[in-house]
Design a protein around this ligand. Sequence first.
Ligand code: URA
Length: 434
Amino acid sequence: MRPFVELISKKRDGLALTDQEIHQFVMGAVQGTIADYQISAMLMAIFCRGMTEDETVCLTREMTLSGRTVDLSALPGPIADKHSTGGVADTTTLILAPLVAACGVPVFKMSGRGLGFSGGTLDKLESIAGFSTQLSVPEAMALCRKSGIVILGQTEDLTPADAIFYALRDVTATVESIPLIVSSIMSKKIAAGTDVLALDVKCGSGAFMKDLDSAQTLARDMAAIGRRLGKRVSAVITSMAQPLGRFIGNSLEVEEAILALRGEVEGDLMEVTYALGEEILVNAGRVSTFQEARQMLKKAVSTGAALKKMCLLIRQQGGDAGVIDDLSLLPHARYAFSVPAPKSGYVGAMHTDQIGLTSVLLGAGRQKKSDRIDPSAGIRMEVRLGDYVRQGAPLCTVFASTDSACHNAVIPLQQAIVLCDKKPALPPLILDRQ
Ligand code: URA
């Protein structure tokens, strides 16, 4: 085995690492034989020099094999999963999972808790009284076999290499590297054992990827790496020029998901959900065209089958399924405040990242891993891009457990929702499919 410093200098000089060298890097990190400063130097070299597709495939495979891998072959497949690169008011998982399960494609979704705008899927579901996401893999498999759907927390032993790399990337300015993002996301998804994966790559002011070029590169690379490692992967690139749905926050997003499954929500959130659902149903072989898939998905909503699946999911994981019929059973914030438009005009742009950050300050998300989430906190958007608002009319409503948190959110939100004199051209929602 070569001294690790030689591998760092090789990557620093822009050369490709061999499979054996990548194995040495990942194993050395997990076994503690390479110091954090050397791992960090290698991450920075990868950040600066990039990786070939072969190197990224190898890194992803090695990271996948650095810990436990879940074997779902005992379940009647194909089994589906979905991943979003993270957006604001992105409630799609809570709608999509019961929806495709109701169409006959079982869903086994393992989620990490993560940081960011509002909580993750686990936090949202845990705002339902009693709902547990702490399941063992055998427990989750038994539930999935019975009901066709399960959503659980990622077990600690999955991809330990990613935990080590991500913690170092976070403090060494090396998060925004395509091969490191691809290997991080795809290793977790491959280790989780599902067959079909729909990726929602967000693009725009509220997303990790701010421009279409970088979103396309990320989507193409994730799909290519996933396919080379034996998964049926497709990616949809969707706009994050504004919050996707109307609600940002944990119990608020559960509320929106239930309304959507009742058939009471239209617009961008449903469009993205249907687009991802089409990818899953076609890739799972359930139908052969997007058109047939759309019909099947819409029928699952109109007949109530998808809502019934959501009810089953909540009940089987110990949650109070009464929320399906009675939304008042969800946590509600003590204070609600309307944010008025400072002037009349068209909503010309949104700084979606700032809206997401304000929801975190209201208590809906975490700034540090150890932060507690307030399940009832968040924002209800009252306007979308292109709407005309009069001075004083509400731009959004904020919810928090203190009066001061609501007050503090007003100015950042007024700044984040840009009013202008001319009606803007609206950006497309689905930017690309790979
Ligand atoms: N999400 C992940 O899981 N990993 C990354 O590197 C970036 C986003």
